[in-house]
Design a protein around this ligand. Sequence first.
Ligand code: ATP
Ligand code: SF4
Ligand code: MG
Length: 356
Amino acid sequence: MSNELTLQKPSGAAAGSGAPLLSIKGVEKHFPVLDGFLFKRQVGAVHAVDGVDLEVFGSESVGLVGESGCGKSTLGRLVTRLLEPTGGEIRYNGQDITHASRKELAPIRSEIQMIFQDPYSSLNPRHTVGAIIGAPMEINGINPKGGVQRRVQELLETVGLNPEHYNRFPHEFSGGQRQRIGVARALSLNPKLIVADEPVSALDVSIQAQVVNLLQELQRELGIAFLFIAHDLSVVRHFSQRVAVMYLGKIVEIADRKSLYEAPRHPYTHALLSAVPEADPDDNRERIRLTGDVPSPLNPPSGCRFRTRCWKAQEKCSVEEPPLVQLSGNVAGHLTACHFPEEGSTAAVPEPRAEV
Ligand SMILES: Nc1ncnc2c1ncn2[C@@H]1O[C@H](COP(=O)(O)OP(=O)(O)OP(=O)(O)O)[C@@H](O)[C@H]1O
Ligand code: SF4
Ligand SMILES: [Mg+2]
């Protein structure tokens, strides 16, 4: 990174030690479903996020993975308080922000930033890059040393763009470059936590690794904590120290990277891992093909939500919801929600040769 000295390193606790930077407990988001022409009445609710516990420590990257519609973006928006939770508790740096008002949130708004999936729609096409990256400073009344323009140019350099391109418009940049602009904007207020919602999935595969590498560099050098949302376990593998797997509004497994990839205990994690393509042509590990669709979050299955697609499901799975707990034999912090967990075979998912 060219000008790391111009960005302040946050003073959060080291990954996994001390108090968490972000702590969420039993968080729920139920979107009401309304019916009726004139007099709208609620006829149901989409259980997008349905009781999630998660902690992110300072300087740590946590990956959040799951199929489309499982509630990842909703959880990201709850964390950044773009959405108001239906239930549960969200704490940032020890402060309860679950229902904090705009005014109460103002002092921490700058510390929690979001990077969005689509670098085309998330940048205003009528604004110059300088105006886009400088906007958070203007809005928050921050006048950095040397002025906003200089700071924007430093940020452009930090994310690998030409500082001379300050006056250009988003359409003059490629998809990967636009995502770098989004990253520069997120960095402008020296955040402590960035929620990156599928930041590379809209980009060409060939440039995904470059943007992931940039984010990884920022995480390491500036000590920014990340909640990195992805569909795919292969994207977060090299980026996240811990990974949480989500299914239909709930976290079904969470563990440090090594334990999750080498010894998955939840059948769903195992299935997701077996779908990750391998570089090794001789790879003959067991493949699990997930059948059926994800059930509707309007009416999630009783007991274990994965039971309608699980090849190991038994009667108990439909009547008793499995708690997210540390199973015997697992390392500390590896939690799984399953009545009949997998053995946890290291042979199932060998370390790929290529990075990201
Ligand atoms: N504003 C909303 N009103 C009603 N339902 C919503 C709203 N936002 C999301 N949902 C629903 O909540 C569920 C979770 O959506 P969410 O966007 O969080 O999933 P996701 O895991 O991010 O999916 P993807 O991988 O496709 O981005 C989905 O069923 C979605 O249709
Ligand atoms: S609790 Fe039952 S249905 Fe759910 S994942 Fe475990 S074995 Fe499958
Ligand atoms: Mg999403």
